[in-house]
Write a protein that binds this ligand. Structure first.
Ligand code: PBG
Ligand code: ZN
Length: 327
């Protein structure tokens, strides 16, 4: 031991620990995901995500008020349409469920930011994120025809009041198509938060229960990224930056902390981490069994994302974390 080197000196008192803490999570870092369903008075708990509900628009508005009162700056909306079809009509229709929810939230809570997740898997009958060749059972989504639908979807979301568009389908040229569509429709100032590095992950399982968006056949490995790839994430973010992304997301978060770090190092744009459904489900399951201390595990995990480089964290724990932060 070097007698003059005693790192424990700075750990000796809670106030001192507070003073030298490098990373501090705040409520401003959080984004809360919400799932909109048709109907009224509906709040249906997702069985694999305790504390997360599919909500009708009236309930989404109540929830939005609560989220805003907790000091959380933004929600991200997902929609479960009444009907699914080959053209994902529910995604881009003016009366689509996300369009309705976005408009209602902006009317009731204008200062809460609404992020619209832009993808098609919740709206296609086969559950893939775009058009398939007729008869194709592999799930190899047709890239360029899908871009047209996605562009339409983003514009209708912006028209409904969405403040930020979040392209999440991992199609090539997605950001550029959405940027062009938004600009042509007069939404030059609407930012794009791109799901730039989105991996083909088993951690999305509970989300697919919540959003009713599991592919009916095949998987998403021809468009989402292979979990073994790190350099490819940098390639994806470089392309998205060139195409006009304003913010970049890494998803999932826990098994991809190194990617959050590398993306942060590679760009000056704000970086978001998506603490996905399976990550939430694992914590909830263990907490409900009394196996872990939920509050401490959640706060440690969210702080870890921030330390890794995340400026924003999309998380189903957002409301709980905001309460703990203000206690
Ligand atoms: C849609 C989309 C997915 C998630 C967000 N947007 C899932 C998927 O690719 O099936 C996952 C979010 C989560 O697991 O919490 N493409
Ligand atoms: Zn999708």
């Amino acid at each position: 031991m070097f007698p003059n080197q005693r790192p424990r000196r700075l750990r000796s008192h809670p106030q001192l620990r507070r003073m030298v803490r490098e990373t501090v999570l705040t409520t401003s870092d959080l984004v809360y995901p919400l799932f909109a369903v048709p109907g009224e008075g509906i709040a249906k708990e997702v069985s694999s995500m305790p504390g997360v509900f599919q909500l009708s628009v009236d309930k989404i508005v109540e929830e939005a008020k609560e989220v805003y009162d907790l000091g959380i700056p933004a929600i991200i909306l997902f929609g479960i349409p009444a009907d699914k079809d080959a053209d994902a009509t529910g995604a881009w229709h003016d009366h689509g469920i996300v369009q309705k929810a976005a408009a209602a939230v902006k009317q009731a809570v204008p200062d809460l930011l609404v992020i619209a997740d832009t993808c098609l898997c919740e709206y296609t009958a086969h559950g893939h994120c775009g058009y398939l060749q007729v008869g194709d059972l592999s799930g190899r989504v047709l890239n360029d025809p899908t871009l047209e639908l996605l562009k339409k979807t983003a514009v209708s979301q912006a028209q409904a009041g969405a403040d930020i568009i979040a392209p999440s389908g991992m199609m090539d040229g997605f950001v550029q198509a959405v940027r062009a569509g938004l600009d042509a429709a007069g939404f030059e100032d609407t930012p794009i938060m791109s799901y730039a590095a989105k991996y083909a992950s088993a951690y999305y399982g509970p989300f697919r229960d919540a959003a009713d968006s599991a592919p009916q056949f095949g998987d998403r490995r021809t468009y989402q990224m292979d979990p073994g790839n790190g350099r490819e994430a940098i390639k994806e973010i470089e392309l998205d930056i060139a195409e006009g992304a304003d913010m970049l997301m890494v998803k999932p978060a826990l098994a991809y902390m190194d990617i959050i770090w590398r993306v942060k190092e590679a760009t000056n744009l704000p970086v978001a981490a998506y603490n996905v459904s399976g990550e939430y489900a694992m914590v909830k399951a263990a907490a409900l069994n009394g196996w872990i201390d939920e509050q401490r595990v959640v706060m440690e995990t969210l702080t870890g994302f921030k330390r890794a480089g995340a400026d924003m964290i999309l998380t189903y724990h957002a409301k709980a974390a905001a309460r703990w932060l203000s206690a």
